[in-house]
Design a protein around this ligand. Structure first.
Ligand SMILES: Cc1ncc(COP(=O)(O)O)c(C=O)c1O
Length: 428
């Protein structure tokens, strides 16, 4: 798909929406998910997958199997459960890597996003007297900003001197790649770490990770990514792009449930370096000597070597259900459906009477994922309330942004059509 192409034309008829659902073979995956009911008993128009993905129907059985194996085998389950717990996390080696364009061994599922971010920064934020800044965006998700600021303080620096902020230009909502490149060019010698999102949480902007990673590396800075809104949403090539590390959660587009176990990527050029300092725990130790109970820590090569504790099996089980669906549907095909869905949503929103909201998500399909963000010109909270009453689940971020995420795995074109009508009425 050419990024500069004309926006495709869509018929605004209901029949056209129904036909698109009928003709798309990926529509069948909706059946694999539970659909929460709205106020009138019909399924909600669930556009909150950027916040918490729907529950895969297969998840319950996988959790119950672990409960049953726990009941039946207790400690024996570590080696004799149907899916032995000792090596459970290794089940995500291939599928987890495929999600983010990594090689097996570069990805491990563990902990939660912000915890992984701290673990990564413990290794990759190694300030020196001359080079101690972290560059993040001004609009970074607060947890990233808190984590970065607390790492600075932990190393005796302060945010005033060492936290550099990239901002959109005045009057613009999204970051420009060339502005980030200029900042790196001008201040790169002070920067230890560039910490960016893959997809910006508020605007839905997809950042040009490949170009920015190259620019940061040219100036000797390492690159870490928060992929909370990118994993399972857009195509990533973390290995080829030479990203140093990345972290993501699994409860949004990966549909693994509230507080689900998160992901972590360490590029193999770092993963193979077992001498790198890290915050260690026994699960990062080489499994061959883990139970030798020796005092010295021998890290396992690869991302696995950053594990600290033994994995929470009951929380990992839903992720197996979800990733099996991704494997079957194929991320590339989902991505193509998603681009069509957001094109369609934008076309319908653009057709509504103007003056009530602005789309702040980039128009180019390669600069956005599932999410479309609307800046509401007046009384966004009432608009959100009216949408909720009408059976739409979407969310509001202060001060005036409504985020909508039609998810290609379980939303439909007809829901987008219905939503546009409800939006028109709610915003009147
Ligand atoms: C972009 C982004 N980063 C970080 C987080 C925090 O993740 P966690 O609470 O799982 O550490 C979120 C949560 O929604 C997020 O959207």
């Amino acid at each position: 798909m050419s990024p500069d192409r004309e926006a495709p034309a869509f018929s605004a008829d209901e029949e056209a929406a129904l036909r698109m659902d009928l003709e798309d073979p990926l529509s069948r995956f909706r059946e694999r998910f539970h659909q929460p009911a709205g106020p009138d008993g019909r399924p909600l128009i669930y556009f909150s997958g950027h916040s918490l993905g729907l529950m895969p129907k297969a998840a319950r059985a996988l959790v119950e199997e672990e409960m049953d194996d726990w009941a039946a085998t207790a400690v024996g389950g570590h080696f004799h459960a149907r899916r032995p717990w000792y090596a459970y996390h290794e089940r995500f080696r291939e599928s987890g890597a495929r999600l983010v364009g990594a090689r097996p061994g570069e990805v491990v599922m563990m902990n939660t996003l912000t915890v992984n971010l701290h673990l990564m920064m413990a290794t990759f934020y190694r300030p020196t007297a001359d080079r101690h800044a972290i560059l993040i965006e001004q609009g970074a998700f607060p947890s990233d900003a808190y984590a970065a600021a607390s790492q600075l303080l932990h190393h005796g620096h302060d945010t005033g001197g060492s936290l550099l902020l990239a901002r959109p230009r005045p009057g613009e909502a999204t970051l420009r790649t060339e502005d980030l490149e200029t900042l790196l060019e001008e201040r790169g010698s002070e920067i230890t770490l560039l910490l960016l999102p893959g997809v910006q949480y508020l605007t839905g902007q997809v950042l040009d990770v490949q170009r920015l990673t190259a620019a940061a590396h040219r100036r000797g800075c390492l690159v870490g990514l928060d992929l909370a809104h990118a994993a399972g949403n857009v195509m990533l090539r973390l290995h080829d792009w030479q990203v140093d590390f990345a972290v993501w959660c699994s409860y949004k587009y990966l549909n693994a449930g509230p507080g689900a176990v998160a992901g972590c990527f360490v590029h193999e050029r770092h993963g193979s370096n077992t001498a790198l300092p890290r915050l260690a725990g026994w699960w990062g130790n080489d499994p061959d000597t883990r139970f030798a109970m020796r005092p010295e820590f021998v890290p396992r090569a690869g991302a696995d070597g950053w594990q600290v504790s033994n994995p929470p099996i009951l929380s990992l089980a839903p992720l197996l259900a979800s990733l099996a669906i991704f494997e079957e549907a194929g991320l590339e095909r989902l991505r193509a459906r998603s681009a069509r869905m957001t094109d369609y949503l934008l076309a319908l929103v653009d057709g509504l009477p103007g003056g009530r909201f602005d789309v702040i998500t980039p128009r180019r399909p390669d600069e956005r994922g599932c999410q479309i963000s609307l800046r509401v010109r007046r009384d966004a909270a009432s608009l959100l309330m009216a949408l909720r009453t009408a059976g739409v689940s979407c969310d509001f971020r202060e001060p005036d942004v409504i985020r909508l995420a039609p998810v290609p795995l379980y939303n439909t074109f007809h829901e987008i059509w219905r939503f546009a009508h409800l939006l028109d009425r709610a915003a009147a």
